[in-house]
Write a protein that binds this ligand. Sequence first.
Ligand code: PLP
Length: 393
Amino acid sequence: MLAKRLRRVQPARTMEMNERAQALQRQGISIWNLTAGEPDFPTPVPIQEAALQAMRAGHTRYTAPAGIRELRTALAQRETARLGVEIRPSQVIVTSGGKQALYNFFMAFLNPGDEVLIPTPCWVSFYEQVRLADGVPVFVPTSPGHDFFPTVDDLNRYRTVRTRALILNTPHNPTGQVLRPEALQAIVEWSVEREIFLVFDECYGDLTFPSHRHWHPLQLIPEARPWVLSVHTFSKTFSMTGWRVGWAVGPETWIAAMTTVQSHSTSHPTSICQWAALAALQIPPDVVESIRATYERRGRWLYDRLARRPGLRPYMPRGAFYVWVDVQEWLQALETDDVGLALRLLEEAHVATVPGEAFQTSGYLRLSFATSEAVLENALTALIDFADRHGLP
Ligand SMILES: Cc1ncc(COP(=O)(O)O)c(C=O)c1O
């Protein structure tokens, strides 16, 4: 009965683990849930107030499909200041989260059989969105030695005449790594020379830890402008996941094409949420800074605790809110794979994690620290008990 397109697509495994955890919780079992891909902080009050104000002011009707002029203008100004190249409002589309910006792009630019290079590990929706748009995801495995980002040699190995786009995500989900400027520059040059569209997902761009600055391609190579679409969101920076507001910046013709797709699907993000997003851009920077600093503290704590265990190899997070852990020694000892380990941790230790397989990279677990210190503390205690019980290194 299903369309062929959908038969190629799986529901997100990140959500699947979360659902299993919630099912156990409904049975009255306390679960230490480290699967969250969203901030645990409430949306800052001035943003909530702006939404109420918008409703009362009657901003409850359809908006322009690419978003309200005020928000597009504010985003264009913000991007012009950040990137050092002029960005016009016509180069900005406001979308229902970063997710819809990506989806609009693939729907607008992929023909059946077009290949999209996706470095792995990777976020779950990249490859499924490409499939939904009748494209072909081509996975490009990366290595820990290059912080799980692709090198130009890696990209050359997987590029074919059908390669249409490359997706690059930094700060990175699931590894928490941040792409260094020299590496980014080499990749941008590579894409531009080959006329490959660069889809630059910087949804965690405001959440990096000191000495790991986040760079945008145009800050390094302004001439790359005709080839780059950057995707950003209010979800992570401002704890606004449920509000569903993101945006993309790119060449005017790309934004126009993406707006056509959007105009026939969701029309536009909720009017009220767009006004709230405008207020988010105006909240004092110290609000976001204090949230960022909290993530940093938690990330360091989690990394340090995991690193004490000789059989685990965590990677120090440099941005976002995830610790990526190589668990291969534990897998060997338990004679299982990462999905098996995640299930056993959930059922025996009541700790919920996401197996690396969900990100196309077996042998790892992703632990989110977008949760309270108390949950992290309990989760780690349960994890260590589990390891001791099974004699794991
Ligand atoms: C790498 C990455 N890109 C994009 C998104 C989309 O987020 P949203 O649609 O809430 O903006 C996420 C969410 O988890 C993500 O991890």
